[in-house]
Design a binder for this molecule. Structure first.
Ligand code: PLZ
Length: 471
């Protein structure tokens, strides 16, 4: 690490490795040097002070992965109030996908703030909302007429997707998969696999939510066809197709641990849903918006969902979410049945338009693939050295490792949550912010922004290598 905190700008190797662009994309200019730098203990003294204040005023129901308080952020780097710089491998759980404070997003948001900040689309509408709906129709999978509704959060997108599917089908039941995560609202906490911490004590939960077996190749060893057969059998026997309004599925499960379903699994479920009048909904809240090297992860599986849910990465960090899908399904909702005060806020919409433009002009789908290749090959090298890395899985900038007890990677695959906790803690102490995941807490996930350079990947992986060696 070199100390260039005061340097005017530094460049990212990302753009120089981008060979798919016919005209060279200009190298991004960063306002924060893209490097790791630890200058105090972690958390540092100023963060410790803020943490004390927080404990006095913020509900303990809201926890934080790493109580370092952030002063600024740019590209793939977080700067805390003590001047430490962290390589951000979480991007606020997949939100700042095109990079922190990306210049075009900042410019678009500031410009919109100066024009007008709020009118409420359901009172007096504005063009930015329409533009986002047009871009969503263009970039979500499927070549058919599509419409959208814009809301504020992922959970709200799930809620609205379910409402629309129920209205369209006239049916009541909602199905999800094992290991799913869909949110923290009343309906969505019933849709999560894990009760703790999301639902414990918060009931009664919403009824008519059914949890079907999923495809988890590392553990179940099933082909896509066999896993789909198992899921369908559950839906037919335990729910009944004629009562089922929708099946909500994350194409790559996020909080559950980045499970990539076996080949053919998702299209087989879609085929069954179509044949049975069930609306199949892709929860692309974590996997969408260019992260996996495609706009939507569903594309990797040849899956064309009826409805697609977008949130997190759509607006560069501003709160915005969407339900997009087949026009005839989206139009089943009666006028006035969808909306909300802040839904499709003009500043968030302006930022979202800039995000879509940046994905195109900076060839960010290629960057997603670059990061996936770079991370995967680095992690494979670590797996050769450390047998607690049982599985490496994911696509593009959505890669995870599942940690198991030594020597069980090919046999019982016994979860090793303690190693995950220790590695994340060691990484934080050394300036790398790493997120955990997994039903059994034994997954380390890499969900960086697409601004993450190969140099930063190599640096972060060297810290993780040391962390595993230190266990
Ligand atoms: N669906 C697939 O990943 C949010 C949760 C963070 P909201 N995941 C991060 C936390 O601890 O609350 C998520 C997701 C998938 C839905 C959601 C919910 O999105 O914007 O958090 O409501």
């Amino acid at each position: 690490m070199t100390d260039t905190l005061n340097a005017a700008a530094s460049t990212n190797t990302a753009s120089s490795t981008n060979t798919a662009s016919p005209a060279a994309t200009p190298a991004p200019v960063y306002t924060v040097p893209q490097e790791r730098r630890v200058v105090t203990s972690v958390p540092g003294p100023k963060s410790v002070e803020l943490q004390k204040r927080r404990l006095e005023s913020v509900s303990t129901g809201v926890s934080s992965v790493l109580p370092v308080y952030i002063a600024s952020a740019n590209g793939a780097i977080l700067v805390d109030v003590d001047g430490n710089q962290f390589i951000d491998l979480g991007a606020g759980i997949g939100v700042t996908t095109i990079g922190h404070t990306e210049a075009s997003v900042v410019e678009a948001a500031v410009g919109q703030v100066q024009d007008f900040i709020h009118t409420l689309f359901t009172i007096t509408p504005y063009e930015e909302y329409i533009r986002v709906a047009e871009l969503l129709a263009e970039h979500t999978p499927g070549d058919f007429p599509k419409k959208s509704v814009l809301i504020n959060s992922g959970a709200e997108a799930v809620e609205n997707g379910v409402k629309i599917a129920r209205k369209y089908t006239g049916r009541r039941a909602v199905a999800v998969l094992d290991h799913a995560y869909h949110g923290r609202t009343n309906l969505t906490m019933a849709m999560n696999h894990k009760a703790a911490p999301y639902a414990t004590g918060f009931g009664p939960l919403a009824g008519d939510v059914y949890h079907a077996p999923s495809s988890y190749p590392y553990h179940d060893g099933l082909s896509g066809a066999d896993a789909a057969q198992r899921t369908i059998e559950y839906l037919e026997k335990s729910v009944g197709a004629t009562d089922l309004a929708c099946l909500v599925v994350e194409p790559i499960q996020g909080e559950g641990g980045f499970m990539v379903p076996a080949e053919g699994y998702l299209p087989a479920l879609q085929e069954w849903c179509t044949a049975n009048g069930v609306v199949m909904i892709a929860d692309e809240i974590q996997s969408g918006m260019a992260r996996t090297g495609a706009y939507y992860a569903s594309e990797h599986f040849g899956w064309t969902p009826d409805l697609v849910l977008t949130a997190k990465g759509i607006a560069g960090g501003l709160p915005l979410a969407a339900v997009t899908g087949r026009a005839e399904i989206m139009d089943a909702a009666q006028p006035g049945g969808l909306g909300g005060t802040f839904g499709g806020n003009p500043v968030a919409c302006a930022a979202a338009v800039a995000v879509f433009e940046s994905i195109e002009s900076n060839n960010l789908l290629v960057e997603g693939r670059r990061i996936g290749d770079s991370l995967r090959s680095g992690l494979e090298q670590l797996q050769h050295k450390h047998d607690i890395i049982g599985d490496i899985r994911g696509i593009g900038a959505m890669i995870a490792i599942e940690l198991v007890q030594p020597g069980t990677g090919d046999t019982s695959k016994e979860p090793n949550a303690a190693a995950v906790t220790a590695i994340a803690e060691y990484a934080a102490q050394h300036g790398v912010l790493l997120l955990t995941a997994g039903t059994y807490g034994n997954v380390l996930r890499f969900l960086p922004s697409l601004a993450l350079s190969d140099d930063l990947i190599a640096d972060a992986l060297s810290v993780i290598d040391d962390a595993i060696a230190a266990l």
